[in-house]
Design a protein around this ligand. Structure first.
Ligand code: KG4
Ligand code: ZN
Length: 336
């Protein structure tokens, strides 16, 4: 049995996990720093690095304890090397290097975006490319065509805000809390998504790129207008309409990409893949086209280290390890 310890510290979750043979999750620890960033309405890089430092050793121990494994039982250490916040990535990398050196274990560098995509294969073992992947998180919004394993053709990406970032900014503006995605998702269930016709930017454009900043401005203007006129705002209707505008554009683009590439499989990846409205609408529309939709369980959509250990297993099998002189890369691209 191959036991891999995964370490993920690219943003504001200090996460560790032990995964057996790339598919069985023995432990999955996510120490969220949300409460420390909440009052700023977003992640503060310096706070993230400092909290990772405090949390990394305890969460490594906890992952081993929960998995009932000790250091000597591990086969390799896999760590996220990018993309992400450089100071945050460095904490995970330093811990992984120390373990690799002290335990004489292979060290494996994992691309965070690839981990978000590949965690789908952990949960759906028979799923394989060719497929179209929609990667939507706090930092990314991209549409990717995978002709085969480990080949990523970037079809389009956001020209401004990432989807998760838009959710977080609107929630912050409305004073709803942080992170905004799950809060808006929940509140929207009580609202009417057709109440306010917010713009669906670039929905008919031939490009696969996205633009979300105009939508954000429309929401801000709409709310300011109502406030000026001292009219009451239905927050559930507002956020449901905002969410629907994001979902409609994503659904339209991902389906068009699947049709044009003749891919009969779509997968969702990243924190926003947990969004219930996105899952529901895409599942409904994909079925009409006989395209199969895959997405991870909600706890594996947002940042975690099981996805890192999972990719680590594939790399280990392929002999892809890194040296102790390896560095992190805040801007790491897919497929590199
Ligand atoms: O993948 P992730 O944990 O971190 C990054 O790699 O960025 O994604 C976090 C993002 C946050 O912006 C959060 O608001 C969003 O994912 N998110 C959601 C939902 N759950 C998390 N957005 C919409 N609906 C959700 N249910
Ligand atoms: Zn992520």
């Amino acid at each position: 049995m191959t036991l891999i310890l995964g370490i993920e510290t690219s943003c504001d979750e200090t996460a560790t996990s032990v995964v057996a043979d790339g598919k069985r999750i023995l432990s999955n620890i996510v120490a969220s720093q949300t409460e420390f960033h909440e009052k700023y309405g977003g992640v503060v890089p310096e706070i993230a690095s400092r909290k990772h430092l405090e949390l990394i050793n305890p969460v490594i121990n906890e992952a081993l304890e929960r998995a009932r494994v000790d250091f000597s039982g591990l086969s390799a250490i896999a760590v996220t090397v990018g993309p992400g916040l450089v100071g945050a990535l460095l904490v995970g990398m330093a811990a992984a290097k120390a373990l690799s050196y002290a335990l004489e274990l292979p060290l494996i560098g994992v691309n965070h975006l690839e981990a978000h995509i590949y965690v789908n294969f952990l949960e759906h073992p028979r799923l394989r490319p060719p497929l179209v992947a929609l990667v939507v998180s706090g930092g990314h919004t991209m549409l990717v065509y995978m002709r085969e394993d480990w080949t990523f053709e970037l079809l389009g990406e956001t020209l401004d805000d990432a989807a998760g970032e838009a959710f977080d900014k609107i929630a912050r503006f409305l004073g709803l809390g942080y992170p905004g995605g799950p809060i808006i998702d929940e509140l929207s269930r009580k609202g009417n998504p057709e109440a306010i016709p917010f713009p669906r930017a670039m929905i008919d454009s031939p490009s696969y790129n996205f633009s979300l900043s105009g939508l954000k401005t429309s929401v801000l203007n709409y709310v300011s207008g109502l406030r000026r006129e001292r009219k009451e705002i239905s927050v559930p209707n507002l956020v449901a309409s905002f969410q629907a505008a994001i979902v409609d554009v994503q659904v339209a683009k991902v389906l068009r990409a699947a049709r044009e590439r003749r891919a009969d499989r779509i997968l969702l990846a990243g924190g926003v893949a947990a969004n219930t409205a996105l899952r529901k609408k895409l599942a409904h529309e994909a079925e009409k086209l006989r395209v199969r939709l895959y997405y991870p369980s909600p706890y594996l959509c947002t940042d975690n280290a099981a996805m890192v250990a999972c990719v680590g297993y594939y790399h280990l099998r392929a002999g892809k390890t890194i040296g102790l002189d390896a560095n992190v890369d805040a801007n790491l691209k897919l497929g590199t």
